[in-house]
Design a protein around this ligand. Structure first.
Ligand code: PBG
Length: 310
């Protein structure tokens, strides 16, 4: 009667990995998750949706031979993501399909943006050139029928540019889930293993945020609001509850939080060793994220939790 925070299946977005193969494949760095075939993806998303999960977000494994320095494959209308979006929307019209907008799966450098190498081998990620490519990628996803695009690249100005590009192509109904405060986090390790998308050299610290900064997250929020974001996100979630709370206080937009691969893996591996009670810890971790102020939670546990709550 006096409980303040209650989880429901409709709180969740279910992140799903997909690949070209005809078979669903286990992901060693993320036990319990798979790289789905198109058919497997449609089935898994349908089951989660039937349990009350309103949305999925898609992450593609791109073959090495399709990765280039210009990441051209990211805007191929016949690429893996557009085909997956069409298949999902055809099979489950009421499922909200969100796509990830960033270049890392398509870029032979493994960075979220285009890269220029300087004289001494120094590496520079090109903000404005990247934003143009991100707009093409977002348009390609919208043409395929995506309901929402999620720029996770952290380039400056991309939300406004993507909004203008979508509006200019009559996609004013496609929403933007902005990765507003995405930290340069070591918790993404298992995800990069799942997609084979780790940066070839260097790190992502020139565009992802310093884990030590909170005020900067509010600054990013104000920019995203002005540029037209429909939902703002904090990522990772568990170690950044204060950031979630700050954004919740500063905005009237819905706030999402991403319980990332490393947070998932810590619970999974401790539970596999018999050291933690998986069900209890999963619910406690997600309740904490919602209590901090998240309206929406992206979690690899989404389907399991929806099943238990049902
Ligand atoms: C890349 C992207 C990353 C994640 C989502 N989109 C990794 C990164 O920035 O290196 C991480 C998700 C997770 O760890 O679960 N655009």
């Amino acid at each position: 009667m006096v409980r303040e925070t209650v989880l429901t299946p409709s709180d969740f977005v279910y992140p799903l990995f997909l690949h070209e193969g005809g078979k669903d494949e286990a992901i060693p760095s993320m036990p319990g998750c798979r790289r789905w075939s198109l058919e497997g993806l449609v089935g898994e998303a349908g089951e989660a949706h039937a349990l009350g999960v309103p949305a999925v977000i898609l992450f593609p494994v791109i073959a090495d031979e399709l990765k280039t320095p210009e990441a051209v494959e990211c805007a191929n209308p016949e690429g893996l993501i557009p085909r997956a979006v069409r298949a999902l929307k055809a099979a489950h019209p009421s499922l909200v399909v969100i796509t990830d907008v960033a270049l890392d799966p398509y870029n032979s450098d493994g960075q979220d943006g285009l890269v220029r190498r300087g004289e001494g081998g120094s590496l520079e990620v090109l903000n404005d050139e990247t934003v143009k490519v991100l707009c093409r990628q977002a348009l390609c996803h919208a043409e395929a029928g995506a309901d929402m695009v999620g720029p996770s690249d952290m380039m400056d100005g991309r939300v406004g540019a993507i909004r203008a590009a979508l509006d200019g192509a009559s996609h004013q109904d496609v929403s933007i889930l902005s990765y507003t405060a995405k930290y340069a986090s070591a918790y993404y390790g298992p995800f990069r293993g799942a997609l084979d998308s780790a940066p070839k050299d260097g790190d992502k610290k020139t565009y992802q945020m310093d884990p030590a900064n909170l005020r900067e997250a509010v600054r990013e929020l104000l920019l995203d609001e002005e540029e037209g974001a429909d939902m703002v996100m904090v990522k990772p979630a568990g170690p950044y509850l204060d950031v979630i709370a700050a954004l919740r206080n500063e905005t009237t937009l819905p706030v999402a939080a991403y319980q990332v691969s490393g947070e998932y893996l810590m619970i999974k591996s401790a539970a596999a060793a018999g050291w933690l009670d998986e069900e209890a810890v999963v619910l406690e971790s997600l309740t904490g994220i919602k209590r901090a102020g998240a309206d929406v939670i992206l979690s690899y546990f989404a389907r399991d939790v929806a099943q238990r709550l049902a």
